[in-house]
Design a protein around this ligand. Sequence first.
Ligand code: AMP
Length: 457
Amino acid sequence: MAFKDECGVFGCWPELEASKQTYLGLYALQHRGQEAAGICSRDEGKLYLHKGLGHVADIFTGPVLEQLPGDGAIGHTRYSTTGGNVASAAQPFLVQGRFGQVALCHNGNLTNTEQLRSRLIQSGQVFTSPSDSEVILALINRASADNLEDALLEALEQVQGAYSILLLTETQLLAVRDPYGFRPLSLGKLGSAFVFSSETCAFDLLGAEYVREVAPGEVLILDRDGMRSRFPHPQIRPKPCVFEHVYFSRPDSLVYGLSVMGTRREMGRLLAQRHPVEADLVVPVPDSGVSAALGYAERSGIPFEFGLIRNHYVGRTFIEPRQSIRSFGVKVKLNPVRELLKGKRVVLVDDSLVRGTTSRKIVQMVRAAGAAEVHMRISSPPTTHSCFYGIDTPSRDHLLAASRGVEQIRAFIGADSVGYLTLEDLQASMKDLDGQGFCYACFTGDYPVPPPPGGRP
Ligand code: AMP
């Protein structure tokens, strides 16, 4: 099974330089996926596509963007996957079917892809990739409705799981969010044009104004008559992903209408209250721990220092010297500032522990730099369950906290103490008073939509 994880989507309509604006939007969403990117534009009823492997700035040059004309565009950045041919899975997908040319990009994970795919294959459908997005396009093409909008609603009746989708046709741009609203999607205004983005940091780069979220369960249609909304699903309580706020989104974004910097800092403050410790420095694991570490330092009164420096130019692979260097992978990314750490009692703050392997190396690194004590503080609860809705987590047996208590975790990563945020504190940081407003499944195992049979590979 191939997972399409942690992607970013952007779209705009009707805007004269649609593909250039989309390029900029994707640039701001690069953190949501560095494996592949693509843009599809629409000009006078014809769609143009360019996509490739790598970073947005490498794939899209000036001449390439000139080949993507028109006043409407959608784009995608893609994160690594657990399988499949990566080149064939780059998005947007563009097909030619009963409704002419249709392009689609998707952030999220369907949970019933395999059932739908095998049913479709039995009935003669062919697929070019392992992606669940192609399944949606096939369902649209096979619907009984005679127009794309209704065919899309028929397709949505059959799919389960997480999807924030942008569709571009010869005459329309459509934005769709699943009824639980697992993955974010915001609507903005750029002059007279509408823009859509996984995160609002892209609006800031373009000078667009944030209007609102695409509502969970909403299908938003833009065409030459303007914008209208449809709500095809029965009303349910939305469960947007809390992990967007814990780790994945940029701190300068509004996600679900909440400032990520604000929620993360509050997580850090509450963590300081919950797990105080006598120490000399609060040091974030950059970049993921920075906002929470600021909150921890603020509430504890312990000075904040950048005791670890991150190299921001590290690619996905690097060539190691023949004689392998201990902890090379972590050392390439992070380097301790010895002058700051030497002899100090350090509170190390990160947003989450997954396998624990990186954290273990970082703790060793901080000790080797001369720290007298290392106290690990995690600004989320123990990650005990895999995500099936679009966050890349390993299977349960690889999750450190799935089978170990805090003392065993402390021993594994080699810290002097370990403290996690409680679920209640996380809910308080999100201003989720009854604890029902978000999906917390990675911390609780309480899955709003049943995981696929067989679970995570
Ligand atoms: P580990 O040492 O395996 O526990 O990894 C912990 C690090 O992974 C932390 O710095 C987290 O910020 C980061 N992290 C958490 N979730 C993810 C994810 N889904 N994808 C990539 N990195 C993650």
